[in-house]
Design a protein around this ligand. Structure first.
Ligand code: COA
Ligand code: AMP
Length: 633
């Protein structure tokens, strides 16, 4: 570990030297003179005073350096039967034109633009176009419902929305425009301009004076030049789930983000310019931002944008086909995608049809990689499989196996070691460091590495309360785990009410809000239960208002539909039962964690603060009635 250890130590001992050197990988308009401003509030800031343009670093500079004819983006869409290649020159032109179209609609530096799009090249083009003119994009995942979209419209107050007529799921065409119209209706903030990419699978009705056709506005646009922005100006806002129903607007700045992602491409993923990199995720998630769009393009790689699923589009050989067809060197996805493939094709018979010798390593993140999935992937692919731990907030890996520095021994179940810039410590509730092997809060000593969030959009106080208050001088990750004697990190659970369903991060609080809005529900609790396929699934318990008598099947359907309509289908909310009472502490806090343990069949102890221990027996009976704990764990 000597090489890694030395580099990690250098990054903590002399962060200015370390990241100052890494910053030379970026083309600056005004190069950084001060690498780290330790006095900035609420947290230290990277590269204050420096200026750049992220889109220039992703596109124009590669064209200027002779990569114009290299593929920048390959769009592979089994759901529409399309494969399209965009060279760096072509992508630069398309982005410049769309940036011009946005500018012509009055979008300028600092304005917000919501991007609500499926996995089509126009999503990346819209993001890069915003970066080009200094506008701040906020991509909202296509699986979110109108209500969630409206919340994000009101929080970010966008000047424009960019969308498409539809997304395509294996289950069929998802019409986006009605969702969008509904969201714009619900939102208090009124959006003046909405640009819609029409897809052949679905027409969209455009409202005169507000809605515009993507092709029309792009065709007539003057290409826009790159605008100079400060390293500390926001590049994007990405909303993520917190404990409450109100999502947190994570801000990513331009300078630190460009430096960190560019550095990560070689040192973590071990790729060079010209290599093909594929993150099979969605632009709606942080993985999509960092490793479908920005990371690979900053480095001069070819990125693959895949509109399909690991299985069902058309079969469990889908990933292998894409790897062979596009000469993919690195695949990055969530463990749940591999569980889906393993479930359908346990002996990997589909793999025999393809030559995937180009694939160098597989990277997994988004949820803990269970050892079974790791072994299956490793035995099947016969290449290194790297679990790495990160969050929307950090934008890149807090812990990983740094394949470009030196591949370290793999310990199944651990995402390996802290990356440079991250001083990860395991703390007890009173802030003392835990001994090796002992569980505690996973906290990162400030400063956070470049690329991590500097605050939440328009809400420094929420940022301070949510992340900086629990352990002074540290960022609280919301994850609990331990460090072993070799310095490996083990991420075991969340400390808040966030759950992870098929790699999608969801707030149980938001689901509870949707349930409690039902006219017959007095109160409710939602918690995550283990699922062998999706990792976790949300389970809801509702208490009905006094005197209400409902037929269960009907109420069940209404509640499921409410969550689907208010949160979205990705919540995969299918389990809800009626119970007489909910277990609470004497101060009224619902004991979700204890109920989750009962459902999972884990050991649990009656909380000392419980108000009425008898309720736990009732809950146990209700959960048994739902089939929990499962026979097979
Ligand atoms: N737009 C609209 N709806 C969407 C959507 C999108 N972008 N993505 C998912 N949905 C819908 C699905 O159609 C499904 O709807 P249904 O209830 O009508 O069937 C529902 O949301 C749940 O979808 P999903 O979580 O994708 O489950 P699935 O059973 O369809 O597929 C996996 C399971 C494992 C294949 C899929 O979850 C997957 O690929 N996960 C990887 C997640 C990931 O990339 N995470 C990012 C971190 S790397
Ligand atoms: P998101 O912000 O959606 O990327 O979700 C981040 C959360 O997912 C983390 O805080 C963890 O709880 C979980 N997570 C992500 N990657 C891993 C991993 N490799 N191991 C364990 N948990 C992970």
């Amino acid at each position: 570990m000597s090489n890694y250890q030395e580099i990690h130590q250098q990054s903590l001992n002399d962060p200015e030297k370390f990241w100052g050197e890494a910053a030379t990988g970026i083309d600056w308009i005004t190069p950084p003179t001060k690498v780290l401003d330790n006095d900035a509030k609420p947290v230290p800031r990277w590269f204050a005073g420096a200026e750049l343009n992220t889109c220039y670093n992703c596109l124009d500079r590669h064209v200027e350096n002779g990569r114009g004819d290299q593929n920048a983006l390959i769009y592979d869409s089994p759901v529409t039967g399309t494969i399209k290649h965009y060279t760096y020159s072509e992508l630069t032109d398309k982005v410049a034109k769309f940036a011009g179209a946005l500018a012509a609609k009055g979008v300028g530096k600092g304005d917000r633009v919501i991007v609500y799009m499926p996995m089509i090249p126009e999503a990346a083009i819209a993001m890069l176009a915003c970066a080009r003119i200094g506008a701040i994009h906020s991509v909202v995942f296509g699986g979110f419902a109108a209500n969630e979209l409206a919340t994000r419209i009101d929080d970010s107050q966008p000047k424009a929305i960019v969308s498409a007529s539809c997304g395509i799921e294996p289950s069929g065409v998802i019409k986006y425009k009605p969702l969008l119209d509904k969201a714009m209706d619900i939102a208090k903030h009124k959006v003046e301009c909405c640009i819609v990419k029409a897809r052949p699978e679905q027409e969209a009705t455009l409202q005169a004076g507000r809605d515009y056709d993507w092709e029309e506005v792009s065709a007539n646009a003057e290409p826009a030049d790159c605008v100079t922005v400060s390293a500390t100006d926001p590049l994007y806002i990405l909303y993520t789930s917190g404990t409450t129903g109100q999502p947190k607007g994570v801000i990513r700045d331009n300078g630190g983000h460009a430096v960190a992602l560019n550095w990560s491409m070689k040192n973590i993923y071990n790729v060079e310019a010209g290599d093909v990199y594929w993150a099979a995720s969605d632009v709606g998630w942080v993985v999509g931002h960092s490793y479908i769009v920005y990371g690979p393009l900053l480095k001069g790689c070819t990125t693959v944008m895949y509109e399909g699923k690991p299985v069902g589009t058309p079969d469990a050989g889908a990933f292998w086909r894409v790897i062979e067809a596009h000469n993919v060197k690195i695949l990055f996805t969530a463990p749940t995608a591999f569980r889906a493939i393993k479930k359908q094709d346990p002996d990997a018979n589909e793999l025999k049809k393809y030559d995937i010798s180009c694939l160098q390593s597989l990277f997994l993140a988004g949820e803990r990689c269970d050892p079974d999935t790791l072994f299956w992937a490793r035995d099947t692919l016969k290449i290194p499989v790297v679990d790495h731990w990160w969050q929307t907030e950090t934008g890149w890996a807090i812990a990983a196996n740094p394949m470009g520095i030196e591949p370290l021994e793999v310990k199944p179940g651990s995402p390996t070691v802290a990356m440079p810039g991250f001083d990860v410590q395991v703390l007890s509730a009173d802030g003392t460091e835990m001994a090796d092997g002992e569980m505690g809060d996973l906290a990162i000593k400030l400063p956070l590495a470049p690329g991590c969030l500097p605050t939440l959009w328009g809400n420094d106080q929420r940022f301070i309360d949510a992340y900086l208050t629990e352990h002074e001088g540290y960022y609280t990750t919301g994850d609990a785990g331990f460090k072993d004697a070799d310095g490996y990190l083990w991420i075991m659970s969340r400390t808040d009410d966030v759950i992870n369903v098929a790699g999608h991060r969801l707030s149980t609080g938001a689901i509870e809000e949707a349930l409690s809005g039902h006219k017959d529900v007095a109160e409710c609790a939602v918690f995550g239960v283990k699922c062998g396929f999706k990792g976790q699934l949300p389970l809801g318990l509702v208490v009905l208002k006094d005197g209400v008598e409902r037929e269960y099947a009907e109420l069940h359907s209404e509640l499921i539909l409410r969550v689907r309509q208010q949160i979205g289908p990705v919540a995969a909310f299918k389990m809800v039962a009626i119970t007489k009472r909910l277990p609470k502490t004497r101060s009224g806090k619902i004991l979700r964690g204890s109920m989750a343990k009962i459902a999972d069949g884990d050991e649990w102890v009656m909380p000392a603060t419980i108000d009425n221990p008898m309720i736990m027996d009732e809950i146990s009976d209700t959960l048994n009635g739902m089939g929990y704990p499962l026979d097979e764990k």
